[in-house]
Design a protein around this ligand. Structure first.
Ligand code: FES
Length: 243
């Protein structure tokens, strides 16, 4: 099929839309300004990469035949170090991996577990998908929003950070732990089933730097490979199916 013959149809530049760097965004609608040329592999000597970050990324790369396969662990390492995938961190990871920052940006922007802007010190994702919703996931999200001082409307529409910068709270699609419904991921660890009172207690514990409700953690359940004794016939030697 040929392109419509219309004077309004935009002409595609030679080389297409890729390979010339990220599209220009003069209004900076994303609020994100790439550093340097995102389409060029940065020199390691130019990016001031912290040695521990470089080592972690190199370790990840050594586990894969293709260096690009280490993109997700590399971005996790950046996010752990800086709290988000900052342009500087992405550039450092790109230099270590020998890929373009534009490539890593494209990976990071695909997954909503990567933050492309600064976020709260603690991250609370409340599942509001069908199993959790039927067991009060929406009310649980509201309870977390209330306890952290986050706007509940914003929390349920893409997430929001509390005024004190301590908490990022968001609703989430299914997190794959429906047997814990209603559940939440708190600083990347799963907890459930949770009540609205649990939400308030968890926020207090996070503020105090205390351990979060250990008996409600997925990691402490028999099926997840924890040490809890169980009569569940699916559990062999107290080790869950994921071990
Ligand atoms: S519906 Fe909540 S974890 Fe699946």
């Amino acid at each position: 099929m040929s392109a419509p013959d219309s004077p309004d149809f935009p002409e595609i530049p030679v080389g297409g839309f890729v390979g010339e760097g990220l599209p220009e965004d003069p209004a900076n609608t994303t609020g994100r300004k790439p550093l340097g040329n995102p389409a060029e592999v940065p020199e390691l000597s130019e990016v001031d990469c912290p040695p521990e970050l470089q080592k972690e990324i190199e370790n990840a790369m050594s586990r894969y035949p293709e260096k690009n396969s280490a993109s997700i662990p590399a971005l996790w390492a950046v996010q752990r170090l800086y709290g988000w995938c900052s342009p500087e961190g992405v550039r450092q990871a790109a230099a270590v991996m020998g890929v373009t920052p534009a490539y890593l940006e494209s990976v990071a922007s695909f997954y909503d577990l990567f933050f492309l802007e600064p976020t709260g010190r603690h991250r609370v994702r409340v599942c509001t998908n069908i199993s959790c919703w039927m067991r009060g996931g929406d009310r649980l999200l509201g309870a977390f929003a209330g306890a952290t001082g986050c706007d509940p409307g914003k929390a349920s529409h893409g997430g929001t950070v509390s005024d004190d910068g301590e908490f990022f709270v968001t609703g989430s699609e299914c997190l794959g732990a429906c047997d814990l419904a209603p559940m939440a991921s708190i600083d990347e660890r799963y907890y459930g089933p949770l009540t609205e009172d649990d939400a308030a207690a968890i926020v207090r514990e996070l503020r105090d730097g205390a351990e979060v409700e250990p008996e409600l953690a997925l990691a402490s359940r028999g099926l997840a490979g924890g040490d809890d004794p169980t009569d569940d016939p699916r559990v062999d030697s107290l080790k869950g199916p994921n071990r």
